[in-house]
Design a protein around this ligand. Structure first.
Ligand SMILES: NC(=O)c1ccc[n+]([C@@H]2O[C@H](COP(=O)([O-])OP(=O)(O)OC[C@H]3O[C@@H](n4cnc5c(N)ncnc54)[C@H](O)[C@@H]3O)[C@@H](O)[C@H]2O)c1
Length: 336
């Protein structure tokens, strides 16, 4: 039986497809390519080009393929846009997930691995963030993910669908082969933006706030390598297959925070480029520090990050961006 990777043409989904194929799993991708890239899906993997909001098509696909497990990465992911257009986020992140779950009910699929986020916690009372802390999201994006997590408990009771929610901190880096990487439009993540400056595609990198109560005044975030993230999904699947976990949620981060300035400095070393930085106003809703504890994932899933240091994250990201200055676009350095 196959594994269905929903959102498998996107950044994290495509790396997880690669990790599943490396283990000899039979994989199918469902993606509407609204944000993802056909070129990120290997030619050997069937791509079902379906919008999850097309309920009839989603139900039909799940009924036809009856996947053993579903990995669900598809979502709208821009926090700022979720504030200005919450309806889009509740539809695409929550209603779409219900369509997928209902399709699983029809097709008899019982294992579900979900991309959740540290945004479900909002502003945590202390650090590092542990799974038992209050979930009080401060934006619609975080709320839509929390709604999904809450629905899983009810789908387990009613339909026996067992789920694992993985609450990621900041996904970063690229596949060490240089064949897969991050390509978002618009790009909002710090590391690709910094590397776009090194490539001459941007003049400078903006630092939003340099007067936070942190050692160098800039915000601190917990970066997790994309390959380690993909590995955690496989461990989640194994946990469900072995009946060891269900209706579980795990943080995935490195338990170490890096400030915006530290990331820029490391990028300067890795790229050899001066990367000019411009300090500007704080952005609304940016907590000064977000660092998670992944102790539970280590203990229960046996997760051991292999690329835990910022250098590996930046080196792999730089390899991808240098070799693919236009991402998955046609005119890459390699093929253009
Ligand atoms: N990137 C991060 O740092 C981060 C952090 C925390 C959580 N997450 C979560 O991880 C998941 C993956 O993030 P990503 O960075 O890979 O995003 P991405 O945009 O690169 O990938 C999402 C994929 O889902 C597809 N998609 C979106 N809506 C769809 C729909 N209605 N029907 C079918 N396909 C649809 C897109 O085309 C895209 O290929 C998201 O759920 C996101 O909320 C990401």
């Amino acid at each position: 039986m196959s594994i269905l990777v929903v959102g498998g043409a996107g950044y994290i989904g495509s790396h997880t497809v690669r990790a599943l194929l490396d283990r000899g799993e039979d994989v199918l991708v469902l993606d509407d390519l609204s944000e993802g890239h056909r070129a990120a899906v290997p030619a050997s993997v069937p791509l079902l080009e379906i919008d999850l909001l097309d309920r009839a098509a989603t139900l039909a696909a799940l009924s036809e393929h009856k996947p053993e497990a579903v990995f669900h990465f598809a979502a709208s992911c821009y926090v700022g846009e979720s504030v200005t257009d919450p309806g889009k986020y509740f539809r695409n992140n929550f209603v779409a997930t219900l369509n997928l779950l209902d399709g699983m009910v029809q097709g008899g699929s019982k294992r579900f691995i979900f991309s959740s986020t540290c945004a479900t916690y909002g502003e945590p009372p202390s650090l590092p963030i542990t799974e038992d802390m209050p979930k009080e999201p401060v934006n619609p994006y975080g709320r839509t993910k929390l709604f999904c997590e809450q629905a899983f408990a009810d789908y387990e009771v009613a339909h026996g669908i067992q789920s694992v929610s993985l609450r990621y901190f900041n996904a970063a880096g690229a596949h060490p082969s240089g064949e897969l990487g991050e390509d978002h439009e618009p790009e909002t993540h710090l590391i690709p933006l910094v590397l776009q400056v090194a490539l001459g595609q941007r003049e400078d990198i903006k630092i939003f706030g340099s007067d936070y109560d942190t050692p160098d005044g800039t915000c601190i975030r917990d970066y997790i390598h994309i390959v380690d993230l993909a590995e955690a999904h496989i461990l989640g699947l194994e946990g469900l297959r072995g009946g060891r976990i269900s209706r579980a949620a795990f943080n995935l981060g490195n338990e170490e925070g890096h400030s915006v300035r530290q990331v820029i400095d490391m990028a300067r070393k890795v790229t050899g480029h001066a990367i000019p930085a411009v300090e500007t106003e704080r952005r609304a809703g940016d907590p000064p520090r977000l660092v998670g504890s992944s102790a539970l994932a280590r203990e229960v899933l046996g997760w051991k990050p292999r690329y835990g240091d910022l250098l590996s994250i930046l080196e792999t990201a730089w390899k991808w961006h240098r070799e693919h200055p236009r991402g998955y676009g046609e005119n890459t350095a390699k093929n253009g």
